[in-house]
Design a protein around this ligand. Structure first.
Ligand SMILES: [Zn+2]
Length: 165
């Protein structure tokens, strides 16, 4: 007889609460990038997933809305990339699947690495107005890029403007 679960949930690592408790607003875009890069490093140090993090901010004010990290290995779910986790947390927090904002607030996603094909497909559906990436995908795939010490040196800001379908 066929059976399946009726609910899927995922849990953020407990270190995220400590990591974010002093953070409210990051006005400088480089500080937002450093914030997600350090979160990706913490995800490795705490053994809670891959070396990837992403965060949703209010684009103009820099108010932090949500921080996500890669949870693929810790949660056993292949699609829990940091970008997906950050968007899900932000949408849950703001009680909307549409992060296109309004005339006063626009949202952006800051990712420690260039999004993969899945995430690049998902980002426009979220409605965020801007994506900031740090490391390039080719950097992440290189063996050295996976070493924590190298992540900070890989930081190259790149702005992508997603289109809404
Ligand atoms: Zn991805």
């Amino acid at each position: 007889m066929f059976t399946q679960t009726n609910e899927i949930t995922f849990k953020l690592p407990s270190w995220i609460s400590d990591y974010t408790k002093e953070i409210d607003t990051l006005k400088d875009i480089n500080d937002r990038a450093l914030f997600v890069i350090e979160a990706s490093r913490q995800n490795i140090l705490n053994k809670t997933g891959g070396p990837f993090a992403a965060a949703v901010f209010e684009k103009d004010s820099g108010a932090l809305i949500a921080l996500g990290v890669n949870l693929v290995t810790s949660q056993g779910l292949s699609t829990l990339h940091a970008e997906i986790v950050a968007l899900e947390i932000a949408e849950n927090k703001l009680h909307t699947y549409d992060l296109s904002g309004n005339e006063k607030i626009e949202y952006e996603l800051v990712s420690s690495c260039e999004p993969c094909a899945m995430c690049f497909g998902a980002i426009p559906w979220s409605g965020v107005k801007r994506v900031i990436t740090c490391a390039k995908d080719e950097d992440a795939r290189a063996e050295l890029a996976l070493k924590i010490e190298v992540l900070k040196s890989l930081m190259k800001l790149k702005e992508l403007k997603p289109k809404r379908f």
